[in-house]
Design a protein around this ligand. Structure first.
Ligand code: IDP
Ligand code: MG
Length: 153
């Protein structure tokens, strides 16, 4: 089982889409093992978006990510990192495939509903960035044997 970080961005909170987005991951069969509301600081966002620090929109995305609190969640499942990235869709909501979260709910590159970790290395770093160990729980969903074949997990 893998764990991955998802952030419901301020646009999602402002647009009343929290339940709908969480529901998609739940219905997919992922297991929610951590969730909290946090108001992100410029400091943590500078670290989180360090790969974009030379871009002209760096400060603007940090500002957009701190207009209100966000919801950070940790989802667990087989290949969860790739599954969640595929569910999120490509960065630009206008190009994202219908059926993906960004394809169904976003018209923007910046206001694109969710952040999702993009690799096992990033997921490990990002989960540590936003959660302390005691905020992540180890348990199994009761429907595990209906979600996977018994040799899949
Ligand atoms: P990702 O979220 O699909 O992994 P990244 O390239 O890691 O995309 O960019 C992080 C976030 O920065 C994006 O989700 C988006 O909100 C914002 N962003 C990326 N590229 C642009 C851009 O060209 N203009 C404005 N915002 C951007
Ligand atoms: Mg990214």
């Amino acid at each position: 089982m893998e764990r991955t970080l998802v952030i419901l961005k301020p646009c999602t909170i402002q647009r009343g889409l929290i339940g709908e987005i969480i529901s998609r991951f739940e219905k997919k069969g992922l297991c929610l093992v951590g969730m909290k509301m946090v108001w992100l600081t410029d400091e943590i966002l500078s670290e989180h978006y360090a790969h974009l620090k030379e871009k002209p929109f760096f400060q603007r995305i940090k500002d957009a990510m701190s207009v209100c609190p966000v919801i950070v969640c940790c989802w667990e499942g087989v290949d969860a990192i790739q599954v969640v990235r595929l569910m999120a869709g490509t960065t630009n909501g206008r190009n994202a495939q219908p059926g993906t979260i960004r394809g169904d709910y976003s018209m923007s590159v910046q206001e694109n509903i969710v952040h999702a970790s993009d690799s096992p290395e990033t997921a490990a770093i990002e989960l540590k960035r936003f959660f302390v160990d005691s905020e992540l729980f180890s348990y199994k969903r009761n429907d595990l044997l209906s979600i996977y074949a018994n040799d899949e997990f």
